[in-house]
Design a protein around this ligand. Structure first.
Ligand code: GDP
Ligand code: MG
Length: 379
């Protein structure tokens, strides 16, 4: 297992993110003050941190597979900021009373879970307390996890046990993926990460630099293209994005690529502009490939909270979204945004961005995601 995690010396497997040290893994608000022999409870510096320690201690002790490892690490901040806070609250507050619900509401709202999902979670927990006649809050953590699972599994479909690539990419055709979203959310980086994933599965990928607003945006994609060894179809700054897409489709056909990823601009000042821009790109695409684009992925910046929700709302109205990419989850303690978005939209979160490196994009799946979030050792 460890060999699998670290990879053979000099092989490409070494790119698998390294397992963080036990110190890093327990870097939640205050680790235990003394090492305890295995199987014994550690002595804690402060009583109220016990819940936080409980929630993460297993993670520190057991090596895990790369997917789970990467997601768990990317969720470190959210685990400390959301789950461990809730765990500590349930553990330390003890009894179930109005003050408990108020504090829980505070934690959930400040972690970007959103008002609708927060209300739902608290209402359901209140029901459970009544039904099961609970007098202590501790069992509520497990109950909350079940509720979160239902919210994240927004359409009630069966969730595969293992992360499966969620892209509508089929052999025997040119698959077109349109990347949309506001400037700075992580579109170009996510495009590069997706390219890396697709390439490693044997796909021939071509990129279209349809964000023609700034020369730097084109250059950024060109740099990624060179690093990844894929062609980037581009024109000059200020050129028509639809014309770039037209060139890119022809190049992709001529070069027998099977995936074309179109990186678009996000600097559109109004919904009308946005709609017009995307409509033009779509028109060019469908003229060449009737069922394209096969995916339209909206990239959201997880650190922007309610703004991300508003962006999802706007793009959902104009862009026929097929999925969401939630970038920068590693950079926020407010990973509750995943819950808010799943509660509000019938669009699947397909990928989560967990860092700036090329391999820091992971498939999103509710079950293992929650395991990673709750600090367990496997999905
Ligand atoms: N920490 C972190 N940074 C990210 C992630 N995705 C993108 N970024 C950074 O966010 C910034 C903007 O990304 P970019 O792809 O240029 O955004 P775009 O304007 O939407 O194309 C860059 O500095 C990226 O390195 C992520 O998942 N985690
Ligand atoms: Mg960009």
């Amino acid at each position: 297992m460890l060999k699998k995690l670290f990879g053979k010396k000099g092989s490409t497997e070494a790119e698998v993110p390294a397992v963080p040290s036990a110190e890093e893994q327990t870097a939640v608000p205050d680790a235990p003050s003394e090492e305890a022999p295995e199987g014994e409870e550690p002595k804690l510096k402060k009583g109220f941190l016990r819940g936080a320690w409980e929630a993460t201690k297993k993670l520190a002790l057991t090596p895990v597979d790369p997917w789970f490892e990467a997601v768990a690490k990317g969720l470190d901040k959210t685990r400390a900021g959301l789950v461990n806070k809730v765990a500590s609250l349930f553990k330390m507050h003890g009894k179930v009373d109005e003050a408990l619900w108020e504090e829980l509401e505070d934690i959930l709202i400040t972690s970007d879970v959103g008002t609708a999902a927060t209300e739902k979670i608290i209402d359901q927990l209140r029901e459970i307390v009544k039904e099961k006649k609970l007098t202590t809050a501790e069992p509520l953590l497990e109950e909350m996890r079940t509720i979160l699972g239902a919210v994240l599994n927004y359409d009630g479909a069966d969730v595969p046990e293992e992360p499966v690539d969620p892209l509508n990419v089929e052999p025997g055709r040119l698959n077109v993926i349109l990347m949309v979203g506001v400037n700075g959310t992580g579109k170009t980086t996510s495009t590069a990460k997706l390219t890396h994933r697709l390439k490693s599965k044997g796909h021939k990928v071509i990129l279209a630099a349809a964000d023609t607003f700034r020369a730097a945006a084109i250059d950024q994609l060109l740099v990624w293209g060179t690093r990844l060894g894929v062609d980037v179809i581009h024109q000059n700054e200020g050129s028509d994005p639809a014309a770039v897409v037209f060139d890119a489709v022809n190049a992709a056909k001529a070069r027998k690529a099977d995936v074309l990823i179109v990186d678009t601009a996000g600097r559109l000042h109004s919904k009308v502009n946005l709609m017009e821009e995307l409509r033009k790109i779509r028109r060019v695409l469908t003229r060449e490939i009737p069922d394209a684009p096969h995916e339209t992925l909206l990239v959201l910046d997880a650190t922007t909270g309610q703004n991300a929700v508003n962006q999802a709302r706007t793009f959902n109205e104009v862009a026929n979204l097929t999925g969401l990419v939630l970038a920068k989850l590693d950079g926020t303690a407010k990973g509750g945004i995943v819950v808010a978005i799943s509660q509000e939209f019938q669009i699947p979160v397909k990928y989560i961005g967990l860092g700036e490196k090329i391999e820091d994009l992971q498939v999103f799946h509710p079950k293992p995601f929650l395991s990673a979030l709750f600090g367990e050792t496997d999905g």
